[in-house]
Design a protein around this ligand. Structure first.
Ligand SMILES: Cc1cc2nc3c(=O)[nH]c(=O)nc-3n(C[C@H](O)[C@H](O)[C@H](O)COP(=O)(O)OP(=O)(O)OC[C@H]3O[C@@H](n4cnc5c(N)ncnc54)[C@H](O)[C@@H]3O)c2cc1C
Length: 373
């Protein structure tokens, strides 16, 4: 672990700051649908042309092979420049589908998909959750019947973010019904244009359709699309979730500090007032989250329980900041789209990517060593 900033780091930071100043789009990102897809892919293509996409990916797969400290510097500059949220429709592809393929994909899968992802030419979604399988993912019921060199998929997924605008899906299905729970699953690359797929967008209370139900009716997927071995999909899924729960959300976590600073600038609280005290607490909590983020990045042995700790602190802090924005800005917040939108969206933070209760269970068992209930 290295705590000092070297001359080389400073050069990198300046290069990132200058590039972002020249390239961050002036127009805000559209919230959903085809305009959101076009905007996100354009921005990723711009980053790629500038040599800033896939910073953490190995060089042999088109990335920059940047170590953790460079990633931190990049995301600090990224959020400072108010660059587009990293949680857009390219997030799954860049942050966990790509890394999963790098770790467990075949040469053909890597050769086809990795350049498309980094160059901003494909959108991926994650098809894990089902109506009866969210926190208890291993109880999933969508089936894949092996027929010759194909898998025939039937069933349903739900809450699939960006399914309506995705090209490919990380699809987790039960391919061996004789095996129980974690066994007999397969992680396959599903082409979202395959016949038999129906996507039904779900509108959330913020009025946007970020996620969808996906139905599979005899969808044929080549066996060569299995990643990490037939019936061995649980191992692949844990690899995917490992990327999702560790450092993938670094950009979103660091962005919370900027939200607090923006709120302080807008609220102009009187020194010593209750509002000033509340904002000071939020500033301190955001700084603590940044410190946790750095610690996870620098620790070589970061585990999924570190990810749970960060995910929980992030989710609850995001909700407190959103609530504070509404309370402090008052009527101004209601006529101002981002705070209202952020406030309504923040409710999902303690559900998406594993609920707060599930994160607390993991922390209790794996960090505190408490007995399983
Ligand atoms: C904005 C958003 C985007 C999402 N995007 C995707 C996506 O792209 N792909 C995807 O596959 N999924 C996605 N999800 C789904 C998400 O992963 C699930 O919602 C989450 O895992 C919870 O599962 P569930 O909704 O089935 O709730 P359930 O598992 O049914 O839980 C219901 C309640 O019971 C509690 N509970 C359940 N089990 C326990 C337990 N053992 N101990 C204590 N409490 C428990 C939960 O905390 C929760 O409060 C998304 C969700 C949201 C909100």
């Amino acid at each position: 672990m290295r705590l000092d900033i070297t001359e080389d780091d400073e050069c990198f930071r300046r290069a990132a700051r200058d590039w972002l100043a020249d390239n961050v789009p002036a127009a805000p990102a559209p919230y959903d649908g085809q305009p959101a897809r076009d905007y996100a892919l354009d921005w990723l293509a711009t980053c790629h042309a500038g040599g800033w996409s896939g910073l953490g990916w190995p060089r042999e797969y088109g990335g920059q092979g940047a170590p953790g400290e460079k990633l931190i510097l990049w995301y600090e500059e990224y959020v400072r420049a108010r660059a587009p949220s990293v949680l857009d429709c390219t997030f799954v592809a860049v942050n966990h589908a790509g890394p999963t393929l790098i770790a467990l994909g075949s040469d053909a899968q890597k050769a086809f998909h990795l350049p498309r992802i980094l160059e901003g030419r494909s959108v991926w979604c994650q098809g894990f959750s089902e109506p009866g399988a969210g926190s208890d993912l291993a109880s999933l019921a969508a089936t894949g019947r092996v027929e010759g060199d194909e898998i025939v998929v039937n069933g349903q997924k739900i809450w699939t973010s960006f399914a309506d605008i995705a090209d490919y899906q990380e699809l987790l299905i039960r391919t061996d019904p004789d095996q129980d729970r974690h066994r007999g699953l397969s992680w396959v690359i599903c082409d979202m244009t395959a016949p038999g797929i129906t996507v039904r967008p779900i509108r959330n209370m913020a009025g946007v359709t970020h996620f969808a139900e996906v139905f599979y009716d005899d969808v044929r997927i080549p066996l060569s699309n299995v990643v990490g071995g037939l019936h061995d999909g649980w191992r692949t899924a844990m690899t995917t979730l490992g990327f999702e729960r560790r450092t993938a959300a670094m950009g979103v976590q660091l962005a919370l500090s900027i939200k607090v600073e923006d709120l302080i600038a807008r609220a102009e609280p009187a020194p010593g007032s209750a509002t000033a005290e509340r904002l000071a607490d939020l500033r301190a909590e955001a700084a603590a989250l940044r410190a946790m983020t750095y610690r996870t990045v620098f620790r070589d042995s970061a585990t999924s329980s570190d990810g749970s700790l960060m995910r929980l602190v992030f989710a609850e802090l995001a909700q407190r900041i959103a609530q504070a924005s509404m309370d402090i800005l008052g009527a101004e917040a209601l006529t101002d789209t981002p705070p209202t939108h952020d406030y309504l969206e923040a409710y999902s933070e303690t559900i998406a990517g594993g609920t707060a209760e599930i994160q607390r269970n993991i922390i209790a068992e794996r960090i505190l060593g408490l007995p399983r209930s």
